[in-house]
Design a protein around this ligand. Structure first.
Ligand SMILES: Nc1ncnc2c1ncn2[C@@H]1O[C@H](COP(=O)(O)OP(=O)(O)OP(=O)(O)O)[C@@H](O)[C@H]1O
Length: 476
């Protein structure tokens, strides 16, 4: 129950060797009982002061009620509790969301702090190797704060001096199991401080219906689904390039169609052109009328279309040189989004060497020079190995959907992404649960964000095509 004091162990030290009868017993200096008592008492006082300092409300409520009881009898204390409960009930019926935000999550956080994290902290830190036992003392990382929201606990931690983020990222499994959570994600709050996210439930477990087509033309960021924290998933396509990688059936189509859906008003207004490369002929062909003559399926046509995109890019670069450094979409110079479904068909699996080289060179040119002049690439890919996709690092923004192997996660999202909690290889292969679920890693943030794209059904695509054709006719 009580912590050992430094020096207590020496009395147990007995050193013998088999070939000698000499027994070494170090001198033991007994700590006087009064000193031990003083140490315990001072620890008790420090603990009490710390509790009052950290949880003033939690301490003030029982103390206040106790004082009322003592001064005026239990009737008044019970009346006060009843009034507070009544007020809580009224609040609950009037505005549940604010009650949850201001009271509910705080109470839950306090409960989880006491019942889960503080209770198991010592054991989990020691067993996982994040705590140290040195010269009779336990050195543990400090549990600073627990916050709760609808789906997860956010635990702020102060690392031990000398620890690295990687020490924690390597132990996410230990932490998740230790605190009874399905997973754990590690993010840096500031130097020496981490935020560990422990999900309590999966807010992305149910498929999402397609996001309504926006009212106003915009080149993005395009709303295509939901993030784990409940905020909308807005994908930036103008001014960047995006790579979506996932095994077959992972739901890559939702990302492609979700983006096209969000850009539809801008396409109708002439501010965006979507150029579609569909070597599998199974995905983008469904909405072919949306792309006009900028649709290619045959590898030769794909190479021609990519070369045309490079020409547009170079012509703009010549025109913009010295005048503007960023592209603003206009009807004369619309944003060109080149969408490639299963890019490996055109690069790695292409048997015609010349075509393969042409396509790879065009893709590399577009991804290195296109974003400043309004030409973007959104590519989908099944197999992220370097032999298959050697230009994957030229895509600033990456999305990993369900992948077959754990090593593939870092291939797509970059080094350390899986350690930080991007468990793309753990996403369920059941379409209902896992299709469209993935981890997004943006150029601007090292922390992967778990998201789910809304499902754009065949009926939705048909409606988009019909809507687009109607506007075309009206314009004519
Ligand atoms: N966002 C989503 N939400 C729920 N279910 C989805 C979602 N996206 C796709 N699905 C389901 O998963 C199935 C496979 O999706 P999809 O064809 O887009 O996968 P894919 O990654 O493009 O596969 P492939 O590489 O084989 O073409 C769909 O038929 C659909 O039933």
């Amino acid at each position: 129950m009580f912590k050992k004091l430094p020096g207590d162990e020496t009395r147990n030290l007995v050193s013998t060797t088999p070939d000698t009868a000499v027994v070494f017993r170090p001198a033991v200096v007994k700590t006087p009982a009064i000193i031990t008592l003083i140490i315990w008492l001072s620890r008790l006082v420090v603990g009490l002061v710390r509790t009052v300092w950290r949880h003033p409300v939690a301490v003030a409520v029982p103390v206040g009620l106790g004082l009322l009881w003592w001064q005026y009898g239990y009737g008044l204390a019970l009346l006060l509790v009843g009034l507070v409960l009544m007020a809580g009930l009224c609040w609950f019926s009037l505005d549940r969301a604010s009650l949850r935000r201001m009271v509910g999550w705080r109470l839950l956080a306090w409960w989880r702090l006491v019942w889960v994290y503080r209770r198991d902290w010592h054991a989990v830190m020691t067993v996982s190797g994040l705590g140290r036992y040195l010269r009779g003392r336990d050195y543990l990382p400090r549990l600073v704060r627990v916050e709760c929201n609808e789906w997860a606990d956010r635990v702020t931690v102060r690392m031990l001096g000398g620890q690295a983020v990687k020490d924690w990222a390597d132990r996410t499994d230990n932490l998740a199991h230790g605190f009874g959570a399905p997973s754990c994600r590690v993010a840096v709050e500031r130097a020496g401080r981490l935020v560990l996210t422990f999900p309590r439930r999966d807010p992305l477990a149910d498929p999402l219906p397609a996001v309504p087509v926006p009212d106003r033309p915009s080149v993005g960021p395009v709303e295509i689904g939901q993030q784990e924290d409940g905020r909308p998933l807005r994908l930036k396509v103008h001014g960047t390039h995006v790579l979506v990688a996932g095994a077959t059936g992972a739901g890559k189509g939702s990302f492609l169609w979700g983006t096209i859906r969000g850009l539809l008003p801008a396409m109708r207004a002439g501010l965006v052109q979507v150029w579609a490369l569909d070597p599998k002929r199974m995905e983008l062909s469904f909405g072919r009328p949306l792309f006009g003559d900028r649709y290619a399926a045959d590898p030769k046509q794909c190479a021609d279309l990519l070369d045309e995109a490079v020409c547009v890019m170079q012509e703009r670069a010549d025109r913009f040189a010295g005048l503007q450094r960023n592209h603003t979409p206009t009807v004369q110079d619309p944003f060109v989004l080149v969408i490639v479904d299963e890019v490996a068909f055109l690069t790695a699996y292409q048997s015609d060497k010349q075509l393969k080289q042409r396509i790879s060179a065009a893709l590399a040119t577009l991804t290195t020079q296109g974003r400043a002049v309004g030409v973007g690439v959104l590519a989908a890919l099944q197999d992220p190995r370097k032999e298959v996709m050697n230009i994957r690092n030229l895509f600033p923004d990456k999305i990993a959907l369900r992948l077959d192997e754990s090593e593939q996660v870092d291939m797509v999202l970059g080094d350390g992404a899986r350690d930080r909690g991007a468990l793309a290889d753990h996403i369920s292969p059941v379409p209902q649960l896992g299709a469209g679920v993935g981890y997004v890693r943006l150029e601007t943030s090292p922390d992967p964000v778990r998201v789910r794209a809304a499902y754009v059904s065949d009926a939705d695509i048909r409606a988009m095509v019909a809507d687009f054709a109607l506007v075309g006719e009206e314009a004519r």
